[in-house]
Design a protein around this ligand. Structure first.
Ligand code: A3P
Length: 323
């Protein structure tokens, strides 16, 4: 290991010791989150986040895919990858058939070394994804006019998705993980890359301040009307569909290719693992659970529903977003 890398790791180790910590009660201490500049992060992402903040330099042509975890990141990556590679591949030969969407589009906090190396070698620039909230994005991203796509999702389904995802990663049977505790901690802002409230309101505010730079996409709208949302997305990132492509059904074929039903049944997404250096990542199948709107109804009590509706109003009412 190079000595500068060693020094950096040592200083991060020192920094981590000073951060507030919280061990998720419903996972019996198996997961500890660290509060880094106001955001709760898993320990394994701190090097990546820190290194991205220090070294990543945005270019005007960059496109960033931003999201709070469990809001449809995997789906967005698949759609964007299919859009930008459609001249080369169709639904019969796209790399998405054999490669997990997270391996098609890198994440700032997970793959920073690979991203920096690619930049250094001037290799092809792909979109980059991140779960970082707006205020923690590397300064050069906020200062540049590169495009940002933010996907968000109804908080009730995000909580349910987060709950099952973490139980799955840590092999905790749901009978042993009280959902009320997940709900309670999440509402208090404690979740990976949370508070959810700050995450979503940060991007909503920035989208008003920087019109044309940030596109907000809602998971539920994409489910309801994928065609116009995929069209809007393609235009925004600079890959608009031609009238001829529309006639040929290219948009529909991208929607079908990237649908939950299709992706979740591919061998790579059923039994594969992401290829990330240094980090141990969840099995691919855990990123594909139900892919439905409204599963919260199977988990929430009336009391929880009332509480969260009040919180949505209180924390996000000012954003004008309808959740
Ligand atoms: P559920 O747990 O509700 O099923 P993320 O990718 O941000 O981690 O979000 C994961 C959520 O998106 C999971 O929700 C997952 O099932 C859903 N998802 C994954 N691929 C999808 C797709 N192609 N279409 C719709 N939803 C998808």
């Amino acid at each position: 290991m190079e000595s500068s890398t060693k020094t950096q790791l040592k200083s991060i180790e020192e920094m981590v010791k000073t951060l507030p910590q919280h061990s998720l009660s419903w996972l019996k201490g198996k997961v500890t989150l660290y509060n880094y500049q106001g955001t709760w992060c898993n320990r394994m992402f701190l090097e990546g986040v820190n290194s991205a903040q220090q070294s990543f330099k945005a270019r005007p042509s960059d496109v960033f895919l931003c999201s709070h975890p469990k809001s449809g990141t995997t789906w967005l990556k698949a759609i964007v990858f299919a859009i930008i590679t459609r001249q080369k591949f169709d639904e019969f030969n796209t790399p998405l058939l054999t490669t997990m969407p997270h391996d098609c589009i890198p994440s700032l906090e997970k793959n920073i070394e690979q991203i920096l190396e690619n930049r250094h070698n001037n290799s092809c620039v792909t979109p980059i994804a991140t779960h970082l909230p707006y205020n923690l994005l590397p300064e050069s991203i906020r200062a540049s006019n590169c495009k940002i796509v933010y996907i968000y999702r109804n908080v009730k389904d995000v909580i349910v998705s987060f709950y099952h995802f973490l139980c799955g990663i840590h092999n905790v049977p749901i009978e042993d993980a009280p959902f009320e505790e997940t709900f309670d901690e999440f509402c208090r802002g404690i979740s990976g890359f949370g508070p959810y409230w700050d995450h979503i309101s940060g991007f909503a505010k920035a989208s008003l301040e920087r019109p044309g730079i940030i596109l907000l996409l809602k998971y539920e709208d994409m489910k309801k009307d994928p065609t116009s949302n995929v069209k809007r997305l393609a235009e925004f990132i600079g890959y608009p569909f031609t009238p001829q492509e529309e006639k040929q059904g290219v948009i529909e074929s991208i929607i079908n290719m990237t649908s939950f039903e299709n992706l979740s049944n591919l061998e790579v997404n059923k039994n594969g693992l992401q290829k990330v250096e240094r980090l141990i990542m969840p099995e691919n199948r855990l990123y594909f659970r139900k892919g439905k709107v409204g599963d919260w109804e199977n988990h929430f009590t009336d009391e929880m529903n009332e509480k969260i509706d009040k919180l949505i109003d209180e924390k996000l009412g000012h954003t004008g977003l309808v959740l």
